[in-house]
Ligand binder design. Structure first.
Ligand code: NAP
Ligand code: HSE
Length: 449
């Protein structure tokens, strides 16, 4: 049987998982592919480090170049993370004409366009199933399964760490930092956990999905990003009383779905361009919607195609084994490239929309949950309502929850669809009222229409 020799650059959580998965299911994969996958070398930073997954010393090196350049290595697997050395690893391997597999969403977000162009020039492929939503084969779904559809909506819970934190905060009333420490211990969190909790990791992933779905590489600076650091126990509880669950959601919508203010606020983006909203923010998901029930480290991606309608993909979004499963799927494609050549298959990313553009969030219309801390005295609601009325922003409900005694009490407003910029401006005025104490809290509400 033909053998594909693998060079792993990175032998940590994911690299160790891939090594272990090949030991466990290598024979099964070989019988399905007709190609045996064999790990030839593994590059790590520190040879003396204790490793949960044991790699024979003879296969370990600290010199990634010796792995990539080794003529005996057929496929390079970049699992080191970061965007500097990892970029060199991938470019060098592609230059040598070797297929590359990566789980590195930060790298793709920053340099995807350059890397896919390099792969095309070299006549090889760059695979990235593990970069988004852990074990869910969402890249293959968009690339192959839904190829006949225009993707009109895509909603994703795509960061396992944040979903794990929000789930435990809701379920147990747990403290944010204690749960984050657990996510780190379980191998879910990035080396730099602010990438997770501040929404950047989800933004990298949602940018990759938006690029694949809409055919142009989304520049990460155009993705609107908010994380979960400011989500409080109080908001989780109030949202629950109103029938909602707070989730960190990645949202990709075709511009006509973005709202009536989109055209005005994005006047420079002409109608003939493919215009999309690409954003990540915590939002209130109705408990009746399936995404409200996606808990712990699980991810889910909800995709609407113009032909297929609504579809849903669910699975573990982070961690050693889920991610290794996605890497194995890419290794199978890379091995088949070696066996049959690259020409017979759809390349992993095909740019096909030259005039695509991401709209500014200012013009996007949403519904909102707003929490204010106000003085408990007559006339307060009237002052707040007057500012919203001047801004032509409608209130759908007001709640002053029982059981809050004292001079300052919480008030929750649910707001009808309004442009983001108008909402921000009105809230800045509300914050100036002498009856309002502290900064207003604003969280978007998603209706999935
Ligand atoms: P990790 O546990 O920190 O592993 C990184 C590995 O890279 C380690 O083995 C490290 O060596 C090695 N390394 C770092 N710099 C190196 C260098 N200059 N030369 C050679 N080796 C080097 O990280 P991870 O969680 O496996 O993540 C790896 C990648 O997968 C990242 O891009 C991450 O975003 C992505 N990813 C992770 C998950 C997850 O659930 N963890 C899921 C999907 C995607 P040492 O072992 O000696 O430190
Ligand atoms: N840190 C990432 C997460 C790993 O928590 O989702 C999976 O990409």
């Amino acid at each position: 049987m033909q053998q594909a020799n693998l060079g792993l650059v990175g032998g940590g959580t994911v690299g160790g998982g891939v090594f272990q998965a090949i030991q466990r299911n290598g024979a099964l994969v070989a019988s399905r592919l007709g190609v045996r996958l064999a790990v030839a070398k593994v590059a790590v930073r520190d040879l003396a480090k204790a490793r949960a997954v044991k790699v024979p010393a003879a296969q370990l090196t600290t010199d990634w170049q010796s792995v990539v350049n080794d003529p005996g290595v057929d496929i390079v697997v970049e699992l080191m993370g970061g965007t500097t050395t990892a970029r060199s690893v991938v470019l060098q391997a592609l230059k040598l004409g070797k297929p590359v597999v990566t789980a590195n969403k930060a790298l793709l977000s920053a340099h995807g366009e350059e890397l896919f162009a390099a792969a095309e020039r070299a006549g090889t492929n760059l695979y990235y199933e593990a970069s988004v939503a852990g074990g869910i084969p969402i890249i293959k779904v968009l690339r192959e399964g839904l190829i006949g559809n225009r993707i009109t909506r895509l909603y994703g819970i795509v960061n396992g760490t944040c979903n794990y934190i929000l789930t435990r905060m809701k379920r147990e009333g747990a403290d944010f930092s204690a749960v984050l420490a657990d996510a780190q211990r379980l191998g879910y969190a990035e080396a730099e956990p602010s990438l997770d909790v501040d929404g950047h990791d989800a933004a990298h992933k949602i940018g990759i999905l938006a690029s694949l779905a809409h055919g142009f590489w989304v520049n990460p600076k155009d993705v609107h990003v908010e994380g979960i650091r400011d989500i409080t126990q109080q908001d989780i509880q109030f949202a629950g009383q109103l029938g909602y669950t707070i989730k960190l959601l990645g949202v990709v919508k075709q511009a006509e779905a973005v709202g009536r203010a989109a055209t005005k606020a994005n006047a420079k983006i002409t109608a003939e361009k493919a215009r999309i909203q690409v954003s990540v923010y915590p939002c209130l998901v109705p408990n009746s919607h399936v995404l409200a029930s996606v808990n712990d480290v699980f991810n889910a991606v909800y995709v609407r195609g113009d032909i297929v309608g609504d579809t849903l993909y669910y699975g573990r979004g982070a961690g050693q084994d889920a991610t290794a499963s996605a890497v194995l799927s890419d290794l199978a494609d890379a091995a088949l490239d070696l066996k049959f050549g690259t020409k017979h298959r759809i390349p992993p990313f095909v740019p096909h929309e030259r005039a695509g553009a991401v709209v500014s969030m200012a013009g996007v219309t949403s519904r909102y949950y707003v929490r204010l801390a106000v003085l408990d005295r007559p006339g307060v609601f009237a002052k707040i309502a007057a500012i919203l009325a001047r801004a032509k922003i409608g209130i759908s409900s007001i709640m002053q929850p029982e059981g809050h005694e004292g001079a300052v009490v919480p008030v929750i407003l649910m707001i009808h669809d309004a442009p983001n910029a108008a909402m921000q401006k009105a809230l800045a005025q509300i914050a100036q009222l002498e009856v309002v104490k502290g900064a207003p809290v604003m969280i978007r509400v998603e209706s999935f229409e």
